[in-house]
Design a protein around this ligand. Structure first.
Ligand SMILES: Cc1ncc(COP(=O)(O)O)c(C=O)c1O
Length: 386
């Protein structure tokens, strides 16, 4: 990519931040755990938030703050996806969108398919919505991960009524193929289930990887699917509370329109303002600079692991800034992150929290400077050699 990579902020600036990433551990720990990034905000986001603060624009979010059209424009430019703004509703965050769509589409006690290793709130939010998580682990092909379509079919045949899809998948970084998504949609339709597709990492798909928005993966997908997404991962806006639920069919649009009005009312005004600025074409250059920085870090991480932790297994993710690393060869127990926090003063995310498949793994966030990434892996390497 010819774009100049975005540079992460220096540690002394980052340590002034008050978010989870910077307030959970003492200063001698390098935080590479929670999915926040270390870059400066996109200029259009900074400008709109600065203006809102200057004018005291801190009231309630209006009915349509412009996010529907902004997201439709973004989806068309970036993914070739024609989104009907009438099928878009907002809420506070992606996981709230997942919970509310589940509440509207399943009955208490229904099974909900999740595909571990997967972002831990998928199970927690299923519980919150009154569903029962049914694990159908991703299949490890030896070169990557794939959805176990036969396993999903069996879970649906046994009564599960919803599938929580993660595309791109957290923590493996897998971008599912159009054929897999179409097959998944067909299974859901045959069994009368819905698919809720969390696409929050989609703006960060790597060059050369084909990402298919679930709702575009064929006629069945459009009928059974809901997409839930946000600008918050790519643009580091998680604290501002704005996410989008998208439907592409009359029946699924009616489900979104029928949600309790409180669901949309909870959209944060700063989140909505920032999302409109982020999804605007003016921010595309910043997004591409971020993607260039992440492409460099994906490759750098591979080189650092080869040098300092040659027995670690790392597959370059198709998207995003999260790496799923198998550290089991080092015998640091089921939860290497717990061991390395003390031993290396590096905070990684705990593999077992992503499901039983995560034993011996840790998730590393490389949305940081190359210097911080280098120091973190060198610290862990020193522990491995000691
Ligand atoms: C796949 C996935 N979904 C949802 C979220 C959280 O999004 P939100 O804060 O909008 O609920 C994350 C955060 O890392 C994530 O990785």
């Amino acid at each position: 990519m010819s774009t100049t990579p975005l540079r992460a902020l220096p540690l002394e600036t980052l340590r002034r931040r008050s978010s989870t990433k910077w307030r959970t551990y003492p200063e001698d720990v390098l935080p590479l755990f929670v999915a926040e990034t270390d870059y400066p905000l996109a200029p259009a986001v900074t400008a709109v938030l600065a203006e809102a603060v200057a004018s005291g624009d801190t009231g309630y979010t209006p009915a349509d703050p412009g996010i529907r059209d902004a997201f439709a424009g973004f989806a068309r430019r970036r993914f070739g996806w024609d989104v009907d703004p009438a099928g878009v509703r907002s809420t506070a965050d992606v996981m709230m969108g997942v919970v509310e769509i589940l509440r509207a589409t399943i009955r208490p006690g229904d099974g909900v398919v999740i595909m571990p290793p997967v972002y831990p709130p998928f199970a927690l939010c299923t519980d919150e919505a009154g569903g029962i998580p049914v694990s159908v682990p991703l299949t490890d092909t030896g070169a990557g991960w794939e959805i176990d379509l036969d396993g999903v079919d069996a879970a649906l045949a046994a009564g599960a009524r919803a599938i929580l899809l993660c595309n791109p998948h957290n923590p493996t970084g897998t971008v599912h193929s159009a054929a897999t998504l179409a097959a998944l949609a067909g299974l859901a339709e045959r069994h009368g289930a819905v698919v809720i597709s969390d696409e929050i990492h989609a703006p960060l798909v790597a060059d050369g990887v084909v990402y298919t928005p679930f709702l575009t993966a064929g006629a069945s997908a459009a009928r059974v699917g809901f997409a839930v997404t946000s600008a918050s991962k790519a643009y580091n806006l998680a604290g501002l509370k704005c996410a989008l639920m998208v439907a592409a069919d009359d029946a699924t649009m009616r489900v979104l329109a029928g949600l309790n009005p409180e669901v949309e009312w909870r959209t944060g005004l700063f989140g909505a303002l920032a999302a409109v600025a982020a999804f605007d074409e003016a921010s595309d250059e910043w997004l591409d600079a971020l993607r260039a920085a992440l492409a460099e870090n994906r490759a750098l991480l591979g080189a650092l692991l080869a040098e300092h932790l040659p027995r670690a297994v790392y597959r370059t993710p198709d998207a995003g800034y999260l790496a799923w690393i198998d550290l089991s060869a080092y015998n640091w127990g089921d939860d290497p992150a717990a061991f390395l926090l003390d031993a290396a003063k590096v905070a990684l995310h705990h593999g077992p929290q992503f499901g039983a498949e995560g034993a011996g793994y840790a998730r590393l966030n490389f949305g940081c400077s190359p210097e911080v990434l280098t120091e973190a892996i060198a610290r862990i390497g020193a522990v491995a050699r000691s």
